[in-house]
Design a binder for this molecule. Structure first.
Ligand code: NAG
Ligand code: NAG
Ligand code: NAG
Ligand code: NAG
Ligand code: NAG
Ligand code: NAG
Ligand code: NAG
Ligand code: NAG
Ligand code: NAG
Length: 571
């Protein structure tokens, strides 16, 4: 009897250890068979050998571990796939286009622990949520941007309760935001920009997700849609909100007046809507505000000096509104420095849950269009990796109804790169103090009623590339030295009393000294030089013609380039 029991125990131990071994084997070889099969199905349906070369089936290599495949990451303890980054996996034609294809969501249901899913840039075409995606409650980061997803958002999306990051930007989605989505408990980053959404924005979008835990969105981007209606006149912004972009919608009414808890907010972009009334005073208490863009609305009344409380501003764009009165003289209280945006530990912690790294580049790499000049980050996207980012400072008050003189204090903004005061009714002189705008690259004062002489000391502003004083009533002698030698009449039109000492200043000075030196340097055999030159010229020309002849893609690129040049140079 005892022996029998022991024998039974022994059997159990044996079976147990085999099970453990099998488990270990499965885990070390990674990759559950189901998941491997689904991955291969994904590849055959949407991609091909040359694009995901490490994804091979059992015929090629039966021991291939799908956890080692590119774009796949498995959880080290459970062995299940948790991160699938299938951005840009589709075949492209010579023009970089791919063809719209529906995506089979049910292929994803075989991944029980999938937490991060990136299907961006793939021309997928069907509805979101159809056939299973929204049943995947474990998903935390979902990037479906830059596809052709169409239709409306399914209220079932609100059931994805773990979702922290949702990017549906640059698709063809329409309809309104389902109320269920405004209450997703974990959502921190929501980007619905560049779609065709309409209707009003649910109020609780801005608030804490729920009253007990008032943590809400960090980043909300609803730009370039057709959202309409009023924002609630007073509401509580979640203290966690860092960036809100409502640019390019049809929102009306007043800009909401109540932000007492929004003290982390860095960027507000409400440009190109139909907001009316004045800038609410409560905005001026948002101490960390760095970008305030309200251009292209119907805002009116005088600019309050309260705006100078925003000492950390780097870009202020109030252009294309109906502001009246004079320019506050206190703008010199504002930094307008090129902040090397350093992501401190604290900030990283607040923006961090889910996809922070990726979105850091998106918020602050955002291109702020200021009229014609694109104020954007310098350097390539690589420079983000060092956790710092440089964005150029700008002040744009153009196309309003501002009157009075330009305050001389504006000259104190030595960090400023772009100043646009054009299309107002400013009068008086151009302040001599502008001599101190040592970093200015673009200065547009056109279409005002400024008078008197252009201060000659502006000739010391070496970074100046754009200078426009057209349509004023300036007089006297205009500066002509240094970079001013490059500015032609189109920068001075409509100032009948302005004159130049050098009457043929617009003919570029001939490179005479250089020519002389060449002549003296008669060791150079000019005949042979010209021959070589002509030969290489002809070769290059021929090569170009051949390339354009053979390759339709480069031909198109070339014609675009020529068209662009024509457009740029002769406008
Ligand atoms: C997911 O995978 C992508 C690409 O392999 C990687 O860039 C990203 O950092 C991964 N995300 C996480 C949270 O590991
Ligand atoms: C696979 O992709 C490459 C590169 O995009 C393409 O040249 C090739 O035709 C594709 N093959 C198939 C079978 O689609
Ligand atoms: C989608 O994938 C599932 C699972 O592999 C499969 O059963 C189904 O036939 C597929 N549907 C379509 C339309 O391809
Ligand atoms: C979605 O959530 C609601 C409410 O929590 C629940 O009643 C419903 O069954 C869920 N739907 C699915 C498909 O999980
Ligand atoms: C956007 O939606 C409107 C209706 O709200 C529709 O009339 C229009 O055609 C849609 N535009 C695009 C580009 O889908
Ligand atoms: C200044 O603003 C006006 C109107 O807002 C715009 O047309 C112009 O291009 C801007 N100037 C520069 C140099 O960007
Ligand atoms: C100056 O601006 C006003 C208002 O923007 C416009 O009516 C006028 O035509 C402009 N004048 C010139 C010369 O551009
Ligand atoms: C323009 O300036 C001249 C003097 O430089 C003055 O005589 C004239 O009245 C001014 N015109 C206007 C419209 O202010
Ligand atoms: C200067 O400003 C005027 C009026 O705003 C505009 O017509 C002209 O094109 C501008 N010149 C240059 C060189 O930008």
């Amino acid at each position: 009897m005892e022996w029998a029991l022991n024998r039974k125990k022994r059997w159990m131990v044996l079976v147990g250890s085999i099970l453990v071994l099998v488990q270990v084997f499965v885990n070390t070889s990674g990759c559950f068979r189901e998941e491997k099969r689904s991955l291969l199905e994904l590849k055959t349906a949407y991609s091909n050998h040359s694009l995901l070369p490490s994804w091979v089936d059992d015929v090629v290599d039966p021991n291939s571990n799908c956890c080692d495949w590119e774009c796949v990451e498995c959880d080290p303890s459970s062995g299940y796939v948790f991160n699938l980054s299938l951005s840009n996996i589709r075949d492209r034609d010579a023009y970089g286009r791919c063809f719209s294809t529906p995506f089979n969501w049910s292929l994803l249901l075989t991944f029980p622990q999938l937490t991060i899913l990136d299907l961006s840039h793939n021309c997928f075409q069907n509805f979101v949520c159809q056939g299973g995606l929204c049943q995947m409650k474990q998903i935390e980061e979902l990037y479906l941007n830059d596809n052709n997803f169409e239709g409306t958002l399914d209220p079932l999306m609100g059931n994805m309760t773990s979702l922290r990051t949702l990017d549906l930007s640059h698709n063809l989605l329409s309809g309104s935001i389902p109320a269920s989505m405004a209450m997703m408990p974990s959502l921190r980053i929501l980007n619905l920009g560049h779609n065709n959404f309409s209707g009003s924005i649910p109020i609780n979008m801005f608030e804490g997700r729920d009253t007990s835990a008032p943590i809400g969105l960090h980043i909300l981007d609803l730009s370039h849609n057709k959202f309409s209606g009023h924002l609630p006149f007073s509401f509580t912004i979640s203290p966690s909100l860092v960036f809100i972009n409502l640019k390019g919608n049809d929102l009306t009414g007043k800009i909401p007046n109540y932000y007492p808890r929004g003290d982390n907010i860095v960027a507000i972009d409400f440009s190109d809507n139909n907001f009316k009334g004045h800038i609410p005073e409560s905005i001026y208490s948002l101490k960390s505000l760095t970008f305030l863009l309200l251009a292209g609305n119907q805002l009116q009344e005088q600019l309050s000096s309260g705006i100078c409380e925003l000492r950390n501003l780097q870009i202020l764009d109030l252009s294309r509104n109906k502001f009246t009165g004079s320019i506050p003289s206190c703008f010199n209280n504002i930094a307008f420095q090129d902040v090397n945006f350093v992501f401190s530990r604290g900030q990283r912690a607040t923006v961090s849950p889910g996809g922070a790294k990726r979105y850091r580049t998106q918020i602050f790499g955002f291109k702020y269009r200021m009229g014609e000049v694109q104020v954007k980050t310098k350097g390539s996207s690589r420079s983000y990796e060092g956790d710092t980012l440089k964005i150029m400072s700008a002040l744009d008050l153009s196309s309003n109804q501002l009157t009075g003189e330009i305050p001389r204090e504006l000259g104190d903004l030595s960090g400023l790169h772009t100043l646009n005061l054009s299309h107002n009714r400013l009068n008086g002189l151009i302040p001599e103090s502008f001599h101190n705008l040592q970093n200015i690259e673009s200065l547009d004062l056109s279409n005002n009623t400024l008078s008197g002489q252009i201060p000659l000391n502006l000739q010391d502003l070496y970074f100046l590339e754009i200078f426009n004083v057209s349509y004023n009533n300036l007089s006297g002698t205009a500066p002509e030295e240094n970079q001013f030698a490059n500015f032609d009449d189109s920068n001075y039109e409509g100032n009948p009393f302005l004159h130049w000492t050098n009457s043929n200043r617009r003919i570029p000075p001939p490179p005479a000294p250089l020519d002389k030196r060449k002549k003296d340097d008669s060791a150079v055999d000019f005949t042979s030089f010209y021959w070589t030159f002509s030969a290489s010229y002809v070769t290059v020309l021929l090569a170009l013609v051949i390339i354009l002849w053979i390759n339709p893609y480069w031909r198109r690129v070339w014609f675009y380039f020529v068209e662009w040049c024509l457009f740029k140079c002769f406008r």
